[in-house]
Design a protein around this ligand. Sequence first.
Ligand SMILES: Cc1cc2nc3c(=O)[nH]c(=O)nc-3n(C[C@H](O)[C@H](O)[C@H](O)COP(=O)(O)O)c2cc1C
Length: 194
Amino acid sequence: MTRVQKLKVAVVYFTKTDVTGILAKALQAGLAESYSIEVVSIQIQGKQIVEGRFCAPEVFEQLVDCDAIIFGSPTYMGGVAAQFKAFADATSELWCKQQWAGKVAAGFTCGSALNGDQTSTLQYLVTLANQHGMLWVGLDLASGYDQRELNRLGCQLGVVAQSSNGEVHPSDVATARYLGQRVGSLLKNTSEKA
Ligand SMILES: Cc1cc2nc3c(=O)[nH]c(=O)nc-3n(C[C@H](O)[C@H](O)[C@H](O)COP(=O)(O)O)c2cc1C
């Protein structure tokens, strides 16, 4: 009997107070709805950063093996958190050989303000993905016109959430789940056509 190999999707994120962590879990749940997807969850830990450098070669070994990578970070001062940036900087070793080229990419972030420049964080993630030759997937959700009330904050680059007390708005959680579903079905459809 032929065993069909699952598609692998990694969700790589940093979180301090777990709002990004809640979004990551929702995304993973959306991905897992596609039976053909194996989800790899990678939480960046402060202790993996030594003298400002992200040192965890095993993480990169896992990521090279994935078909898609979804990046997540809280918005800190209008950009990714330093811990996520340390991880991103360490990917320069893979960049030289474009080892992630052709993989699907997507992203998510949160902030404590309704408009706390979360879009800048996603724009950085888009740039990071494109430096690696990856294919970015955003949201096909028209804010205000979606009957499920997804994407309440109106960003189509990826998932933007807002929380000032650690609780995450149900629409933001559902939007993260939706992005997971979207990436999952895109990968599944592409692999079935190949
Ligand atoms: C150093 C620092 C900078 C921050 N900068 C911003 C910001 O620019 N915009 C914003 O909306 N929230 C900002 N916040 C709030 C965090 O983005 C928010 O608390 C987020 O939910 C934290 O994510 P986490 O729970 O995944 O750690 C900042 C928080 C810290 C600690």
